[in-house]
Design a binder for this molecule. Structure first.
Ligand code: B3K
Ligand code: ZN
Length: 882
């Protein structure tokens, strides 16, 4: 495979394109190995570009057949063609048309970027730079064109032909071929182009918009899977209604199509009017999908739909502005899920996700600003920082200016930039205008990388009845940014008195609106606020609802956390108190183990959990989250340095067992109450009860493994839905023995042939925390159902092993690292995007203890030294080593 030159792209170098392409007519004749693409581009010079500039079009791996300018076939001496570029030194100053014919081989396309085949279907993925793998183009997001697409194919092979926009003429052709025309009236950048051809089943429905327009909805899936698309269709209709109600956004085309394919590099893609999805985020049935899968489908369907306004109608000027569409759209899908489900449970799981993926990224060698200033490979910047931290910035903005003003800012943004390619500055300017606030300091969140650390020190003066609180912030250096400035941190805030009562806030040091709203703004490195009329030493509840993406360090004293857990009316901070107590108890065990001291019991924490279990029925989903211990990944992150996964694992399991011994009987009663929940429904309330049931079963097993195993075996055998079955299998996998192997065999027999379910079978085996697992994973790689060509399968096995099985992946003999290295290098030749993504599992290597650190460094250097490494993998490995 050829690789384009590995050049750095910089934000400061942005220049408008020298040409604009007002219209594109594509004529694509599908063929398995030689698809013919004729692109007719209506070009004109951009008044903002360099006058007299040559026309230089992007390509990638293209074979040129011929070029015509205004209908005249050009002599090859009139242009320079390479697989990655088409250069015309002289073109007219007046508008002209260029007709370019290329050939592409979709079967040979293992990168899954551009036009490729998934199963027997043809499909495309163009973001970020895949369109140039179909035809030569100005493949950049600020070139917006109106597209007409004619697709031709063998009618038996591809009876369904889809592209962006509204359907036009169709018809039969000689030799068993047929064609379909699609017209998209909305100007769009090339990354939003899509095409699908194949023999697919379909589920149809319709939606009446707020102005009374009828939209034809369709979801295309593999034949026989139609029934499994019902939930996705329901989620789509709810998303369309929600965007009307919450943001005043109406759908614009006459049709909205979704296609589910099984080979896809990421979750889904928001192509205008034709979303293409990883089938994992479309297909669900009670027997095959867990509650988490249903929630994932709802969230991703919403996310891609919401892009129609935030991303498609208003797009990004350049790829540095990626967060403009991604962070904003994640914010919107999180709000949708919060409205559809439980707001506090959604917030907790969003923050868990942020801490799991974004915090380690922001604290390691791959750290970058939400709006990066340089990249070598843009596909490596579809990161947790751009998406999740990007969403947190939008949330902070709303918190600071208030919900109603935020909505006016969004309205202004939609009005002002509809049909345009915008920047982060354009976005912020709308909110500055409607709020009258200067947002220039706030904008630092977009350009400064690293997670700020917030600390609080309080002093109570019993005589003066005052409470002095000092707030400080600090951000540690990140690659390329050694000096950090203080950022604007909105701290949602409350004080609780001795009896758990919320105190009225009074202080001469805070603005009246800060006191009324309970929202303190920390803009400097330090701020001191003395609260008056405080009757007794208060407990501080800060960062309520996780009002800013910062780390609060150290966590409050344990006695204060126990009080917050009991009295805080902010559910997020109640959950946070339980997590902080758990972390403290686990790290106390870690320290004791290091010093050879007796393991300290945690009676206060266990007592608090007993209380949560006792009142679990009132909010099962919340109780399930509060009763779940921080994961090993959480522990590694919180430890921060000299991480030894074996020690963390032992301490965590030790605490789990202590809790199980103390609360096993209580947990068993909860489990028994929830055991028979009746027929499966995917709603949040039922899902919450199932989550609590799973946590209760784990506690029973912690206290009495034999009893836990017996209960898990019967739950596994009798399960009427995948959540219960997989929950039981997960526990059996952990407990081990014959029951485990029997359950895995049974599961395989039941679900063989069902790829999405088999992914779960592969994943669970990869995460067994036992020495034999590495060998098991190696064996599974030769299983007939394993294939490096399917990204879901690779992620299920290798991704799960390297991201979720910390003790095995970080085994001291280096076997886990060797396994990943081997797969990354093998995959790099086929699918560099996926290889690079897998390699990111090593991003926190510098926080490991020295022996493991040395092992990883050796592997990273070995990878960087490979001949012919893709720019994707090289970029990750190089930055990881920096
Ligand atoms: N915009 C796509 C992601 C494209 C990734 C390209 N490497 C999906 C999404 O965020 O909605
Ligand atoms: Zn997105």
């Amino acid at each position: 495979m050829r690789h384009p030159a590995n050049v750095a792209v910089r934000l400061v170098d942005y220049r408008p394109a020298d040409f604009l392409i007002d219209a594109v007519a594509l004529d694509i004749s599908l063929d398995r190995t030689a698809t013919k693409v004729v692109a007719t581009l209506s070009l004109r010079r951009n008044p903002k570009g360099v006058s007299g500039a040559p026309l230089s079009l992007d390509g990638d791996d293209l074979t040129l057949i011929g070029v015509k300018l205004d209908g005249r076939a050009l002599d090859p001496r009139e242009y320079a063609a390479a697989p990655d570029r088409l250069l015309l030194e002289t073109v007219p100053d007046a508008p002209f048309t260029l007709e370019i014919e290329t050939r592409v081989n979709p079967t040979a396309n293992t990168q899954l970027s551009g036009l490729y085949r998934s199963g027997s279907a043809y499909c495309t993925q163009c973001e970020a730079e895949g369109f140039r793998r179909i035809t030569y183009f100005l493949d950049r997001p600020d070139v917006l064109s109106v597209y007409t697409t004619r697709i031709e194919a063998d009618k038996a092979e591809a009876p369904i032909l889809l592209s962006n926009g509204n359907p036009g003429e169709t018809g039969d052709l000689p030799d068993g071929r047929h064609y379909a025309v699609w017209r998209d009236p909305f100007p769009k950048p090339s990354y939003l182009f899509a095409l699908v051809g194949g023999d697919l089943g379909v589920v149809r429905d319709d939606f009446t918009t707020m102005s009374g327009r009828e939209i034809a909805l369709a979801i295309f899936v593999e034949h026989g899977k139609e029934a499994r698309a019902a939930y996705a269709m329901d989620a789509l209709k709810r998303s369309m209604r929600w965007d009307e109600e919450k943001f005043g956004r109406e759908y614009d085309l006459d049709v909205f199509n979704i296609v589910a394919v099984s080979d896809f590099n990421m979750g889904a893609m928001e192509n205008k009017g034709l979303n293409i999805f990883n089938d994992k985020y479309v297909l669900a049935s009670p027997e095959t999908a867990t509650d988490a899968d249903y929630a994932g489908i709802e969230g991703v369907i919403a996310h891609e739909y919401f892009h129609n306004w935030t991303g498609n109608r208003i797009t990004c000027r350049d790829w540095f502005q990626l967060c403009l569409k991604e962070g904003l759209t994640v914010f919107r899908d999180q709000e949708f899920s919060a409205d559809m489900r439980s707001r506090s449970v959604e917030r907790i799981s969003d923050v868990r996700g942020l801490r799991l993926a974004q915090f380690p990224e922001d604290g390691g060698p791959l750290a970058h600003p939400v709006r990066p200033e340089i990249y070598h490979e843009i596909n490596n910047f579809y990161t947790a920082t751009v998406y999740e931290k990007g969403a947190e910035i939008v949330r902070m903005l709303r918190t600071l200016i208030g919900e109603e003003t935020f909505r006016r800012g969004m309205d202004l943004y939609f009005e002002r930039f509809d049909g345009a390619a915008a920047t982060v500055e354009d976005f912020l300017a709308c909110f500055a205008e409607v709020s009258g606030r200067d947002l220039s300091h706030f904008a630092l969140w977009y350009s400064q990388a690293g997670t700020p650390v917030l600390s609080m020190a309080g002093a109570y003066d019993a005589n003066a009845k005052s409470f002095a609180l000092t707030l400080r912030q600090e951000t540690l250096p990140t690659p390329g940014q050694s000096e950090k400035k203080p950022v604007v941190i909105p701290i949602a805030f409350a004080l609780f008195g001795e009896n758990g009562e919320k105190l009225d806030l009074a202080s001469p040091d805070a603005r009246p609106d800060e006191l009324v709203r309970g929202l303190i703004e920390l803009t400097d490195a330090e701020r001191k606020i003395t609260f008056t009329n405080v009757p007794s030493r208060p407990v501080v509840s800060a960062l309520r609802g996780f009002s800013a993406p910062v780390r609060l360090e150290p966590a409050p004293a344990s006695a204060d956390l126990e009080r917050l857990l009991a009295c805080d009316d902010d559910p997020f901070n109640r959950w946070q108190a339980a997590q902080s107590l758990a972390l403290r108890a686990i790290f106390a065990r870690v320290d004791a183990a290091k010093n050879g001291a007796p393991l300290p019991p945690a009676p206060g924490f266990v007592g608090a959990l007993r209380g949560i279990l006792a009142s679990a029925d009132s909010d099962p989903a919340f109780a399930a989250q509060a009763l779940s211990l921080p994961s090993e990944i959480d522990l590694a992150r919180e430890a921060g340095r000299d991480v030894d996964p074996d020690v963390l694992f032992a301490a965590r399991i030790g605490l789990r067992d202590e809790i199980g011994r103390a609360l096993g009987a209580d947990a068993e009663a909860v489990y028994a109450r929830l055991a028979d929940a009746g027929p499966y429904t995917p709603d949040a309330a039922s899902a919450g009860r199932r989550a609590l049931k799973a946590v209760a079963l784990d506690l029973v097993a912690a206290g009495d493994p034999a009893k836990g195993s017996a209960l898990a075996q019967s739950q596994f055998a009798a399960a009427g839905n995948m959540s219960d079955r997989l929950g039981a299998l997960g526990l059996l996998a952990f407990l081990g023995g014959d029951a485990r192997e029997a359950a895995f065999d049974d599961f395989y027999e039941r679900f063989k042939g069902d790829a999405l379910v088999l992914d779960k079978w592969f994943s669970l085996q990869a995460t067994i925390p036992e020495p034999e697992t590495t060998e098991r994973v190696v064996k599974l790689m030769s299983h007939p159902d394993f294939s490096l060509a399917n990204p879901n399968r690779v992620r299920a096995l290798v991704g799960a092993f390297s991201n979720a099985n910390l003790t095995r992946f970080h085994a001291l003999d280096g076997s886990g690292y060797d396994l990943l290295t081997r797969i990354v290098l093998e995959l790099d030749r086929k699918n560099p995007q996926l290889a690079a993504r897998l390699l990111s599992a090593l991003r926190s290597w510098r926080t490991l203890e020295p022996r493991r650190r040395a092992l990883v460094e050796e592997r990273l250097r070995h990878i960087v030294d490979q001949e012919g490494l893709s720019p994707d993998t090289k970029d990750i490995a190089t930055r990881a080593l920096s």
